[in-house]
Write a protein that binds this ligand. Sequence first.
Ligand SMILES: [Zn+2]
Length: 330
Amino acid sequence: MRSPHGSFGLCYRNKVLYENRMTHVLIISDIEGSSACWDRAGAAFLTRQWRKACIGMSLDINAVVTALFAAGAASVRVKDFHRTGYNLITSVIHPGAQIDQGYHAGPVPGVGDPGECRTLMMIGMHAASGTAGFIPHTLTSRISSLVINGCPTAEVSLFAASLAPFGLRPAFFSGCPRACRQALSAMPEIHTHAIDKSGGLEDFDAVAYRHRLAEAAVASLSNDAAEPFDWQGPFDVRVTFRNGPPAARQIGDRWGYQVDRDMVLFRADHFREMYMTLIRICYLTPLREKILPFSLGAFNAMGRLGLAYAKMMESSRIRSLRHADDELTY
Ligand SMILES: [Zn+2]
């Protein structure tokens, strides 16, 4: 078939395909900025809205993965990174993708070993705690703001920096317009694609959105300007708790951190130390940390069960969807 751009277009396309053949992509997949999460219930666990959102999130990822493979990506690994880490319905996602569910203790907290992935895409993300945007939060909804070195901080920076030692370049980000702006202000070279939910669910064309999202993700394969987000310390961190001084005091007492009214304050010289401290504050107790392999295993088992329930409840809808088809609707 002749390229609409003539032989030069064909040549260019072959060159792009050749270059992409060496591209190993890691996708971090969240639900709030996906096409079927329209309220807090859609991001909660075991709700009817969440089950629906799981299907939409999976279809978004399927569209992106299918397009990345068509563009020549060598491999695509998808990290399910919302709440329990079990939201994606693998049967509706391109079978070539490696879907990684649940959380790993390390080497990258939560993500595990990124292997040979060098291109990082973050899809379906949300804005930072304490900012406007669609279901804004950072790490946990118990935090009303996370300020690092004077700046409200979104997960995009934490995730990208945690993967920087492994050489991953944050090439692409999708989420609400506010989340995209925050990603761009932290890393100006990242490509973004916003999902506009201001018109409401009735006027939203999910299939058209997935096409545009997939196209934007493919275009970011040639984002040569993105560099690993090597975030250097020292870090001065202020974590504000939504439930006020008692919640901050509980965390401060538990771990021995400084507390000021509804805030826990700490300093860290290096990113990893800062990130691990935040994970402690948000997700752990000293006992849970001591028995981490067991508590992670129990948490992952709960997530697996929850997703099995969602799949059972939505089985007829899921069966009606076909593999690896970016026209999928529900
Ligand atoms: Zn989430």
